[in-house]
Design a binder for this molecule. Structure first.
Ligand code: NAD
Length: 451
């Protein structure tokens, strides 16, 4: 056998899915066991890989969810030439009104508001003055909203992670193919300065043949998780109901790009392990009053989850998640090949046989040659806008550019589904004592084609 992929048979997959039945819901189990079947069937409506946007000089944008993220992204959309925000939706009217004022202050026409409850987004989706709908709502809403957008003829941009279950990942893929609308997971970290520069260096062959990557979301969110606003209203609950990697995409998105995932390689299978769960509870004891209902919650999610992914080409990726421990922010962002290695936080490089011997060096000397053209051209503006060091603006600018010029997007529904899948797959593996679980081939065989 050439690589690990063939070592896990379909029978093993079904067996392991059945074992997981004790802890996973039946729906998820079914989704897991149909994945392998679906992945070998050609798409009935054709792939959307390489599908170009229809070019347009003005891009009319609707936004669903103007909480912390949606409101934060609004100025980025407003700063791109040709973008008009025509409609906003949120269950909290004040948030929409505030966002509407921001839009008016920027000299744009005031958008229509949809504030009549949790399904009013369906009315926004039906409008005929919207080309693209950006979705920045709690995770459980991403898929119903993206599906409604696409079914109403709009391209969808969904926040991270794109979905919660594998079944939902497939729903996005199927709907994008059926409706011929793009569904883009808005993974801003793929547009970070270092990430784009390293991608250029990878493509130029500086690291040789890629062997291994490391990715993570290490972010102390304990205080935010217990707030009585914004993410504190919903993001703690998955820690009660799920045990695995709840937020895999920020770290994995860029590493997937370095490795040409869905463009010559693909994630094949994953094993995952969760630590004990004590840190969130300990924080709560210290900071939350004894009579708060939050004190009754029982946290199931291990404080640190570590997964290993094997790719079809035999590469490995270590993927970690922790938001409940006192850690300094880190996405690791490591790529290692036959000729050298890059590791972020802080950014450093080492090349085999380099002058000065075996020690880390910084990126500076490579900047003139490998800094990404997008950062070269609009980096200053992006930094001024802020938003995670400017990468939010670069992402929005680039997506709007693709829509304006009628290009295919950098990331499509298959990419979003693939980097989201370690969420539910890690839960399955953890529930089965770290057993290997197969990734669905969302591209249905097209991953072999380079782009
Ligand atoms: N890419 C990034 O760097 C980044 C950063 C932060 C958050 N996020 C993602 O953005 C999303 C939103 O996170 P947030 O921090 O803004 O959370 P938030 O709670 O501050 O905002 C969510 C908003 O959605 C609204 N909402 C909830 N249900 C709704 C419904 N049915 N219809 C309309 N509006 C509804 C809420 O009222 C709220 O205003 C999440 O998916 C999160 O993971 C991404």
């Amino acid at each position: 056998m050439k690589n690990g992929s063939s070592r896990i048979s379909r029978r093993d997959l079904i067996k392991s899915a059945a074992m997981a039945g004790a802890t996973l819901g039946l729906t998820e189990l079914r989704a897991a066991s149909t994945v392998a079947e679906e992945s070998i069937l050609p798409s009935p409506s054709g792939t959307v890989i390489g599908m170009k946007f229809e070019p347009r000089s003005v891009i009319r944008v609707g936004i669903i969810g103007v909480g912390a993220r949606g409101a934060g992204m609004l100025p980025n959309f407003l700063a791109v030439d040709g973008v008009q925000i025509t409609a906003l939706c949120d269950i909290v009217k004040d948030k929409c009104v505030n966002a509407q004022q921001v839009i008016a202050k920027a000299g744009h026409k005031a958008p229509s508001l949809f504030v009549n409850g949790e399904r009013d987004f369906e009315n926004l989706c039906k409008r005929d003055d919207i080309d693209f709908i950006y979705i920045a709502t709690p995770w459980d809403w991403h898929v119903p909203m993206a599906v409604a957008a696409m079914k109403n003829g709009k391209h969808a941009g969904v926040e991270v992670p794109a979905a919660v279950t594998l079944k939902e990942c497939w729903e996005l893929v199927d709907t994008s193919e059926q409706t011929r609308r793009h569904c883009i997971m808005m993974e801003n970290c793929c547009y970070g300065y270092n990430e784009m520069m390293v991608l250029n260096m990878v493509r130029a062959g500086l690291f040789g043949e890629l062997i291994h990557g490391e990715a993570a979301y290490i972010h102390d969110l304990r205080s935010l998780l217990f707030e009585d606003q914004s993410e504190g209203l919903w993001r703690r609950f998955p820690h009660v109901t799920r045990d695995g990697n709840l937020y895999p995409t920020h770290g994995l998105g860029p590493v997937a790009q370095y490795m040409d995932v869905n463009r010559g390689d693909r994630f094949d299978y994953l094993v995952s392990m969760s630590s004990l769960s004590v840190s969130l509870g300990e924080y709560r004891e210290k900071h939350i009053p004894a009579d708060s209902p939050k004190r009754k919650e029982k946290y199931k999610c291990g404080d640190i989850n570590t997964s290993m992914i094997k790719t079809a080409k035999g590469r490995t990726i270590m993927l970690q998640h922790t938001v409940s421990t006192p850690r300094t922010y880190d996405r690791i962002n490591l790529i290692s090949g036959t000729k050298g290695v890059f590791r972020d936080y802080p950014a450093r490089l080492y090349f085999d046989g380099q002058e000065g011997g075996e020690k880390w060096t910084d990126l500076d000397k490579h900047k003139p040659q490998y800094e990404h053209p997008l950062w070269k051209n609009i980096g200053e503006l992006a930094r001024k806008r802020g938003g995670h060091g400017g990468m939010d603006f670069i992402m929005v600018y680039r997506l709007m550019q693709c829509m304006r010029e009628g290009l295919a997007p950098d990331m499509d529904v298959y990419d979003g589904a693939s980097v989201t899948a370690p969420g539910p797959l890690s839960e399955m593996s953890v529930a089965q004592g770290s057993a290997p679980v197969k990734f669905p081939d969302f591209t249905r065989g097209k991953w072999k084609e380079s782009r």
